[in-house]
Design a binder for this molecule. Structure first.
Ligand SMILES: *[C@@H]1O[C@H](CO)[C@@H](O)[C@H](O)[C@H]1NC(C)=O
Ligand SMILES: *[C@@H]1O[C@H](CO)[C@@H](O)[C@H](O)[C@H]1NC(C)=O
Ligand SMILES: *[C@@H]1O[C@H](CO)[C@@H](O)[C@H](O)[C@H]1NC(C)=O
Length: 304
């Protein structure tokens, strides 16, 4: 499994470089030619194959009602000797891109349930509700429809807000929590300070329209050197088309709600056993947010 993952990683890096070189030759002369997305669909297809055949996950589309549909990656066959783990992605990509590195090793020990949040990947709603509570209820209803009574929750960034709400609303459904780099529990003032540090409109920052915008986003959010840095503009533009521009209005409204709505700052103290994982170089959610969140959580904390 480890070897396969490494191969896949190398393959993706190789594919990326090759696409970059070819594109320089082919397209530098004709920058205005309209192209169909090629790179992102190929990577999406490879990731789907990896999820399906290496991690034994299949896709489920759950219609919660006539307004809302939630898409999941979930085990083809649930193993009763493994615990359930729901993994909730952050803002930006869909579940496949977000959890590519984690899903292989974790699928060996857990029954994984990986939803796309509403307006990401293949999940959407015609409802006008943009609250994290609504996202949390949709994920929980989807899990119940898939027969999951209890699960632990691993959530990151925007997904952290959703996971936390899940634990608040359905304390009996959630076993343990893992929260990775999130802003849950921060105050209005902290929110404002962080928004200022971005140096431009947060919605534009999170949903870039141009390759340079995506590079800036990656510069601020990825610490280790990442593939995006050297990617040619046309690949970044493809990524923007596929990841940011689909359901863009809904995605915008989610951020606006999160940033503007004061009521979203109020959180309850959780009694669930919780692990906080933070990057000490995180520019968006500084380490002080983790210590603050720690105070809301009454159980054991592992510090690293
Ligand atoms: C939302 O509305 C559109 C157009 O009215 C419709 O095509 C689509 O099926 C609806 N989505 C859901 C999840 O019901
Ligand atoms: C959004 O949905 C949540 C959960 O169903 C509900 O508690 C809340 O009142 C709704 N908010 C709005 C503005 O519709
Ligand atoms: C904040 O949320 C409440 C309830 O979810 C809603 O009624 C209100 O309109 C929202 N306010 C803003 C500014 O989004």
């Amino acid at each position: 499994m480890e070897t396969l993952r490494l191969y896949l990683h190398h393959f993706l890096s190789f594919y990326f470089s090759l696409a970059a070189i070819i594109s320089q030759y082919l397209f530098s002369e004709f920058p205005k030619i309209q192209r169909f997305p090629i790179f992102v669909p190929v990577v999406e297809a490879i990731l789907s194959l990896y999820f399906r055949f290496s991690c034994h996950l299949v896709q489920y589309t759950v219609d919660l009602d006539d307004q809302t549909t939630v898409h999941f990656w979930a085990p083809a066959q649930r193993k009763s000797n493994k615990p359930n783990l729901a993994m909730i992605h952050g803002y930006g990509a869909n579940s496949k891109w977000q959890f590519f590195y984690q899903v292989g090793p974790l699928s060996e020990s857990f029954n994984l349930y990986i939803p796309d949040l509403l307006f990401f990947g293949k999940s959407h709603t015609n409802c006008t509700n943009r609250t994290e509570t609504f996202q949390a209820e949709s994920v929980s209803a989807g899990l119940k429809a898939l027969g999951v009574e209890r699960c632990s929750v691993y959530c990151i960034s925007y997904g952290g807000y959703v996971g936390y709400r899940m634990a608040e609303i359905y304390p009996e459904m959630v076993e343990k929590m893992v929260i990775v780099s999130s802003g849950i529990g921060c105050t209005e003032d902290q929110k404002e300070e962080q928004m200022k540090s971005v140096g431009c409109d947060v919605v534009d920052f999170l949903l870039p329209e141009k390759p340079e915008g995506l590079r800036r986003l990656m510069d601020l959010t990825v610490y280790k050197p990442n593939l995006f840095k050297w990617a040619p503009d046309f690949i970044l533009q493809e990524f923007i088309e596929v990841m940011c521009n689909s359901n863009k209005k809904g995605k915008q409204e989610l951020v606006e709600h999160l940033l503007e709505n004061k009521s979203e700052c109020d959180i309850q103290t959780l009694t669930h056993e919780t692990l906080l994982i933070w990057g000490d170089k995180d520019n968006i959610f500084p380490l002080s947010f983790a210590h603050q969140l720690q105070r809301y959580i009454s159980s054991r904390i592992a510090e690293n």
